[in-house]
Each structure stands twice: as structure tokens, then as C-alpha cells.
Design a protein around this ligand. Structure first.
Ligand SMILES: [Zn+2]
Ligand SMILES: [Zn+2]
Length: 328
């Protein structure tokens, strides 16, 4: 089997090929999860990912499969296994090749965990692929976040900005653990409803469905990052700001970048991606012969995998480039 970057991640054997997270919708493609840089219609996906696609794009065109259930595309045998990133997110197993998609080996409150799988070839994402990109302990940050929510929402009120698919649900679950039921934006509600449909317990109220009096007394608002930082005009945010509400951002980038802390009162570095040390451990436990890195700091991560683990590693080659791996 050959593996290279062509219209997505292309797996090719003889004259047949399949495409993982393809650049456009196609029936011989399989997608890992519902974030827009990965999601394409007319492909194979998990059922919750299809729900996300319907909510976000309106398209219903997909072939769905359960987790841990083998299926075939073009005579390739595939399987979706949990990626622990967002609802429905999958790593894709295909005959000795494992593609992580976006993955989180530390686990989430609301979307499971990515477990290492034995494989010959590992295609791993490199969002936090630089050796200094190590996140603080996830559970500790979540308990800090919970404490901030409980203290702030009871006083001046709290606004939290987070990605509406994945991070917002971790925030809602954390608030619920502290006994707080947040008010959420329409977009956050539509995605959170999919989590509930898939058995995740989340309690929240949608801002636009509240009475005016309830809107005036909301204690915690969970909304998109752009609405929370005032870049997008948003009635709910303005309402709470007028009452002196404090604003926080929940994003892995809060640990690494000044821009992530600009125009907010607090930042909590919770990520739905692996960090550098999580990835090194994950790669070691998958015990592959060859690693290809994709998305983000691909060169840096490949270099460290070669150096620290002694495993062949390089950024995923483009079609036609030398050093395409062959086996079988
Ligand atoms: Zn993602
Ligand atoms: Zn991504």
C-alpha cells in the first residue's frame, strides 16, 4: 500500500485508492470528524458526524458506520475507532494504517478518548507538534475553570468563548459539575443537542428561548469565541457586559500564545487535541514502522519522533514525491 497527500490523504494499492479527509466530497472518501476543515459530504462517516453535518451544512448525503465495525470502500477494509476529540470523532484504521485525524489521548468529558492501536503505518496530526508545546494537566485546568465559573457566575456574571463543536460542550459539562446551568447561543445549542442525542448528559438553556427577565439575570453564557471577544456583535454578550460580566477563553492556545489572552479576563488552556508529550507517548505505544505527520508542525514532530523514538518519520509526502513507503 502507498500513502501520500493527494486530494486528501490517499491510500493506494494497485489501481485502487481511497481518500481520508478528502479535499472534496466523494464516495471513496472517509472523514474523521465534523470540523469544517475535515468534513465533506458524500463520504463515509460516523452517525454523530453526520448529525453535525446536517446541523452545520444542511447536507444529509453520507454513508454512516458504527464505531469498531468493519466496512469496505473499494476493497479496502476500514474501521472507525474513537479519537476523543469531538462528538463522533474517529481515528481511521485501514489494514495496518492508522490515521488519527484530530485526536486526544488524554480523553474528554463529553467525547471519549483516543487509545493507541498497533499499526505498521501511523499518520498522526501535529497541531501541537513542537517540543515546547506541552499543555498543563487537563483535569487541573478543568477544576480551575469550574472554580472560576462558580465564583464569577454568582457575582458579576461570566461569558465563556469556546469553539462551538467540542470545547463548548466541555465547558457546559464543567459548569454542570459545579451546579451551574449555562445559557448558550443558538449555534452552541444546536451542536450540544447532538451530544445529548448521543447519550452525553448536558444541561443548558438557549438564550433566544428565554423570557426577557431570564435573559437579564443569566449568570453564565457559553458562546462562540468571536461573539465572546466582541468581534461579532452579539445581543447576549452585550447584555451581560452591561452588567459587568467577566469574559474567559477556553483554548489550548492560551498556554502558548499571547493573542489568545487578548481582550479576555481569564484564559484556560484546555485542548481537544493531543499535545507534544501525549503524541510522543501515543506514537511509541502504537509501535509503527513508519510515521507520517500531517496538519501543523509536521517537520518538527517528525524530527523528534526520529530522534527520540528511533522510528522512521516524515511529513506526509505529496503524490509523486520520492520516499513513498511500500509494503506487503
Ligand atoms: Zn478538529
Ligand atoms: Zn483539524
Amino acid at each position: 500500500m502507498e500513502v501520500f497527500d493527494y486530494k486528501g490523504i490517499c491510500l493506494k494499492r494497485d489501481k485502487r485508492a481511497i481518500y481520508l479527509d478528502p479535499s472534496s466530497g466523494r464516495p471513496d472518501g472517509a472523514v474523521s470528524h465534523g470540523h469544517s476543515d475535515h468534513l465533506r459530504p458524500k463520504t463515509h462517516m460516523t452517525k454523530p458526524t453526520k448529525d453535525v453535518m446536517i446541523a452545520r451544512t444542511g447536507s444529509k448525503d453520507a454513508t454512516t458506520h458504527n464505531f469498531n465495525e468493519k466496512f469496505k470502500i473499494n476493497d479496502f477494509e476500514l474501521e472507525f475507532v474513537s479519537a476523543g476529540h469531538v462528538v463522533g470523532s474517529a481515528m481511521i484504521n485501514c489494514e495496518g494504517v492508522l490515521y488519527t485525524g484530530d485526536y486526544n489521548p488524554y480523553g474528554t468529558v463529553t467525547a471519549g478518548v483516543a487509545k493507541p492501536q498497533d499499526c505498521d503505518t501511523l499518520i498522526v496530526e501535529s497541531t501541537y507538534g513542537k517540543p515546547n508545546q506541552i499543555l498543563p494537566d487537563r483535569n487541573e485546568v478543568l477544576s480551575d475553570l469550574q472554580a472560576w465559573i462558580m465564583a464569577t457566575s454568582a457575582k458579576e456574571g461570566a461569558i465563556i468563548g469556546a469553539y462551538s463543536l467540542g470545547k463548548a460542550q466541555e465547558v457546559i459539562a464543567t459548569a454542570n459539575l459545579g451546579g451551574v446551568t449555562p445559557v448558550v447561543s443558538d449555534v452552541v445549542a444546536s451542536v450540544s443537542d447532538i451530544y445529548k442525542k448521543n447519550g452525553v448528559r448536558l444541561e443548558y438553556n438557549t438564550y433566544t428561548e428565554l423570557t426577557e427577565k431570564e435573559q437579564q439575570t443569566a449568570e453564565l453564557l457559553v458562546t462562540s469565541t468571536t461573539a465572546a471577544n466582541g468581534k461579532k456583535k452579539d445581543e447576549a454578550v452585550q447584555n451581560m457586559r452591561r452588567r459587568g460580566a467577566k469574559t474567559a477563553r477556553v483554548s489550548g492556545w492560551c498556554a502558548f500564545s499571547d493573542w489568545a489572552l487578548r481582550s479576555v479576563d481569564a484564559g484556560f488552556p484546555v485542548s481537544d487535541h493531543s499535545d507534544f508529550s501525549g503524541t510522543m507517548k501515543f506514537v511509541e505505544e502504537c509501535n509503527p514502522k513508519q510515521v507520517y505527520t500531517v496538519h501543523g508542525s509536521t517537520k518538527e514532530l517528525a524530527k523528534e519522533i526520529r530522534k527520540q523514538l528511533g522510528i522512521n518519520a516524515q511529513p506526509l509526502p505529496k503524490y509523486g514525491q520520492a520516499s513513498i513507503e511500500k509494503y506487503n
